[in-house]
Design a protein around this ligand. Sequence first.
Ligand code: HEM
Length: 142
Amino acid sequence: MSIDPVLVKSTFAAAESHGTEVTAWFYRHLFEHHPDVRPLFAEHMDEQQDRLFAALGTLVSQLEDTDALVGTLTALGRRHAAYGTLPEHFPAVGASLIAALRHFAGDTWSPEAEAAWAAVYGIVADTMGRALAEAGTSGADG
Ligand code: HEM
């Protein structure tokens, strides 16, 4: 993988040090820029905020283990079929996620970090999107 895992891990750790503030900021940004996705989410988001962040931490820790990463993303993508997620939602979520990381990563952020995260998110969206499409069309188990 051409992604620099050190860069991704260090920026994630810097952003993560701000705790639940990061996911709260992410969801505010997402719903402000894409109000159309708001109805997909539960009205009260506290628990969901923690779960999304935990999932991101798992993905970052699996960057150098492609099989594990693909397994996690495939399972996550299948579950998202039940949440009403569509392939066209991925760019919106990716833009808000990278905006949140940029906002909270402080001095660790750079054009290289931005490029690395764009590449990571490309893998996330492709792999989750494929599993989502398969779950949607074949009714595959989750
Ligand atoms: C980086 C990509 C993403 C990650 C890591 C992620 C992670 C998660 C996690 C961990 C959950 C908790 C439930 C579970 O584990 O199955 C969840 C729920 C959910 N996700 Fe995602 N997700 C991503 C992308 C998306 C996208 C593109 C959408 C589309 C708008 C979306 C919409 C939802 C919804 C609607 C729920 C259920 C929320 C609720 O119960 O209110 N997610 N996500």
